[in-house]
Design a protein. Structure first.
Length: 157
């Protein structure tokens, strides 16, 4: 159990990739925070993990909204002693195939919020939450996080 004693946040946990990552991490002993805006999807994954003896909590969040990201991390801080791993999978496209000439500003903005801004905001909040105890230099670097064995890993997918 490589991740025993670690707490992992998985965003986009209700989707195919997110649920697979969550189940793999649970099998390796991690305590999990599943986050998505899809309550039913998260509940299904939560139930599967609990049936196998995993420690899991669902915190719903729409990662296109900064206030919901802030609330997500506040709840994680209240519920867990540390956050060790962030797997930032939330993303996608409202309409995967569209004529370039038909892309409107609102759709473009939503895609930027979901696929770019949310990733940066989640990484920022992960650094803020871990920097006090585990990783004091985390807040100064986003692209090239310091390599310190046994602390936090941030994946932006």
């Amino acid at each position: 159990m490589k991740l025993f004693g670690k707490t992992a946040l998985v965003t986009g946990a209700a989707g195919g990739i997110g649920s697979a990552v969550a189940q793999c991490f649970a099998a390796e002993g991690a305590s999990l925070v599943l986050s998505d805006c899809n309550r039913e999807g998260c509940s299904a994954i939560e139930e599967q993990i609990r049936k196998k003896g995993g420690n899991v909590q669902v915190i719903l969040a729409d990662v296109t909204r900064e206030n919901e990201i802030l609330d997500l991390f506040a709840e994680i801080e209240d519920s867990f002693s540390s956050l060790d791993i962030v797997v930032n999978i939330a993303g996608g496209d409202v309409e995967p195939v569209v004529d370039v000439e038909a892309i409107d500003y609102e759709r473009m903005s939503l895609n930027l919020d979901l696929n770019l801004k949310s990733c940066i905001l989640i990484c920022r909040e992960a650094c803020r939450s871990c920097s006090r105890e585990v990783w004091p230099d985390c807040k100064y670097e986003l692209a090239g996080l310091p390599r310190q064995s046994g602390t936090i890993f941030i994946f932006c997918v």
